[in-house]
Design a protein around this ligand. Structure first.
Ligand code: SAM
Length: 288
């Protein structure tokens, strides 16, 4: 399997940072227990009604979104490579009494195992900082198609690869991502939840861990939007919608972002609009 050693290193980097991220999330359990939903309107619109659906949430992190999906009526299975994230997700489920299944696995292994075991879902969902961890888009797309029921829906919302071309101050600094080129980050996964100052903490921002430094490097993979869409089509999914949004939800990647209601971040005045997020909705045709 391609780059397994790099993915295992990513697991260590995520394990190191999850506690710092979660330390900023405020009282997420009470927020969810009282009916709060952490999802943004973009993914909710692409997902549609979830009542009574089975849903696999890939790269679910600490489970806040997974439990929100469960609150909306889905029977959720959350999957993530990070031991710490899956442990936190299980604890959150227990503290909120919102049921969901959480499984620790590399999604490449999980998709294969799930397909082999005959597990099939109405919906597969993944969002916000997920494609950059995947070294092989073809295996990913084929794996998703294999666990979707015929007519089932795949929804992805992620940060736009165009945003990768700019440094933190809006200078055009890097080439458009392509080919899954790997990028080593010696500094590992950072505490972007703290840096986003409340943008990623719908239950309120807590100071929590300060000055976090990750001792574990990580490896990213740089893909363009066309490559993502092509992989999904090649994997047997029919694309229903590709949306590009000139704002990003929650995360503060850049200096001087202006925050609109709903934790929507747009560039400062004087910076022309660029797509900062995209969403894809696709369905599994019955032909496979
Ligand atoms: C930026 S987070 C996604 C955020 C998530 N949508 C949420 O609700 O918070 C990316 C996640 O991908 C996971 N991940 C990275 N590589 C993975 C892999 N090969 N298999 C499964 N999970 C992986 C990380 O552990 C991390 O939790």
């Amino acid at each position: 399997m391609i780059h397994r050693n790099l993915r295992e290193q990513n697991r260590r980097s995520w394990n190191a940072v999850v506690g710092a991220h979660d330390s900023h999330r405020g009282d997420l359990a009470t927020f969810l227990r009282e009916g709060g939903i952490t999802l943004f309107p973009e993914e909710r619109a692409l997902l549609g009604k979830l009542e009574g659906k089975t849903l696999a949430h890939l790269q679910c992190n600490s489970g806040g979104d997974s439990l929100s999906l469960a609150r909306l009526g889905a029977a959720v299975t959350g999957v993530d490579i990070s031991d710490k994230a899956i442990a936190a997700a299980g604890e959150l489920s227990a503290r909120t009494s919102i049921p969901a299944l959480f499984e620790r696995a590399d999604i490449y292994d999980w998709l294969k195992e799930a397909a082999r075991g005959g597990r099939r879902f109405d919906v597969v969902f993944s969002s916000y900082g997920v494609i950059c961890w995947l070294p092989d888009l073809e295996a990913w797309a084929e794996g998703i198609a294999a666990v979707l029921k015929p007519g089932g829906r795949f929804v992805l919302v992620d940060f736009h690869p165009v945003a990768e071309m700019f440094d933190g101050h809006w200078n055009h600094a890097r080439a458009y991502p392509s080919g899954g080129e790997s990028l080593l980050l010696d500094e590992g996964v950072g505490d972007y939840v703290a840096e986003s100052e409340g943008g990623l903490t719908p239950a309120g921002f807590a100071g929590g861990v300060r000055g976090f430094e990750n001792p574990e490097p990580c490896h990213l993979f740089r893909w363009g939007l066309g490559e993502v869409v092509t992989a999904l089509g090649g994997g047997g999914l029919r694309i229903l919608a590709v949306k590009e949004y000139p704002y990003s939800n929650g995360e503060r990647h850049f200096a001087d972002l202006r925050e609109l209601p709903g934790r929507r971040m747009i560039p400062p005045k004087g910076v022309p609009a660029v797509p900062l997020m995209y969403g894809i909705c696709a369905t599994r045709t019955g032909r496979r």
